[in-house]
Design a protein around this ligand. Sequence first.
Ligand code: AMP
Length: 541
Amino acid sequence: MLGLMQNWPLTCNKILDHAATYHGNREVVSRLVEGPITRISYKDLRGRALQVAKRLEHDGIVFGDRCATLAWNTARHMEVWYGLLGIGAIYHTVNPRLFPDQIAWILNHAEDRFLFVDLTFLPIVEKIRDQLTTIEKIIVLTDAEHLPEAGLSVIAYEEWLAETDSDFAWKAFDENTAAGICYTSGTTGNPKGVVYSHRSNVLHAMAALQVDMLGLSSRDRVLPVVPLFHANGWSLAFSAPMAGAGLVMPGARMDGEAIWELLDTEKVTFTAAVPTVWLMLLDYLERTGKALPYLERVVIGGSACPRAMTEKFETNYDVRVIHAWGMTEMSPLGSVCTLKPEYADLEGEARLDIQEKQGHPPFTIEMKVTDDDGVERPWDGKTFGRLKVRGPAVTSSYFKGEGGEVLDEDGFFDTGDVAHIDAHGYMQITDRAKDVIKSGGEWISTIDLENIAVGHPEVAEAAAIGVAHPKWDERPLLVIVPREGTNPTREDLLAFMQGKIAKWWMPDDVVIVSEIPHTATGKIKKTALRESFSNYQLPTI
Ligand code: AMP
């Protein structure tokens, strides 16, 4: 016997309809790439998205077509997403920080027909135009006035849009239709496309809104510093309008001063980004003595949130830190570290111990930790293993079958992360499987070493890597970037770490450098670091 409820396909356009109908006056504020701050209501943004959809259809874009965006977070970028979604076409966000050749490869692989691009990224497009085999139109997200003399054939977005109106109705289609594509840049092989569906985006946004997850409300004003081109924009272009929360889009400027300005003038209550962004903001606050009177919660994910960062936000600025973990393949949210009753009364160091964990999953995510043979490991908060996940917004395979089969026999996806889970279901990442240091057959967590090192007041950034050792196989080398104007030494660091970790986890050496390489998504590039230290002579050999 089947239930007798209505069949109401979970398609993304319904999110914007809801925001426009019930939260119609709430604003999306944008710092445009051209400079000025603009404001648009959800009601008007929906009108423009309908206009985009109508224009796309007029130009021959049909159900199942892919169109790429190479753009910052602005209302225009969001309109383009929703316009595409509304006719069953697919937004493909491209990360402009990739090498131009990689961008060309990705656009060709996805067979994108149109490319929506911000002014900032036109030089990249000029460089690769000749390599692009499927792009028919390049639409620059600006008006005719700001359109530069380009060597390329391009169209100004506002002109393109003005040739039509918003008298259009969204198309109807199955909720399992593809909605968006985001390529992950693995460290080896070609990038692989993760393909979200309308249903997965809607369910994921609902899961993210659970109070013990991101818990947004219509009283929030949300600043997604995390770009829409990173891991589905952490779903904020869906979850914020679904909750009726306003949005503040930072455009191209992500330095400490620019972010602080928006947080303050726009009275932002909720923001989200990777730790590197928050390092810049905290540094700016410390240098200028500025405060964060309106900000209530900050989501920190993408890389482990250092303990010292949580402490600073909470103690010095009265901002609650929400440590979150996820990945492109998970739409992206996997877990959030909010405090359940078991931990809610903890204070001081004991509370920070828990906040260092990546937390517990929302309803929609199942998690397990296994050994290399797939045997589940105990939930004791210390036994590491491979972290695997299953759920309706977790990838089941990559675009065009790249990478082959990705699920185990029970349908779980191997995240490539190493983690342990405690008795209350709190997961803690200890490493990427390929970064973990293997010393004498035991594993040393690089994330733990890095978190402790950045707690030293003179350390701006730290990376731990395994270096070959004849007896132990690998031993840890700690690489640090000092804070401006300081000169920490190897001995200072080792003394600082003493007693905070097991003796055999202590780095065999510490190297001070001026810069650590980063990937296009802002993570430490461990492969490059391992390569540059591949012949490093540890003093312990
Ligand atoms: P991406 O798909 O580029 O967002 O990268 C996902 C990967 O980033 C995960 O598999 C983790 O290795 C890492 N990651 C994301 N969030 C965290 C976090 N809070 N702590 C540690 N690693 C994280």
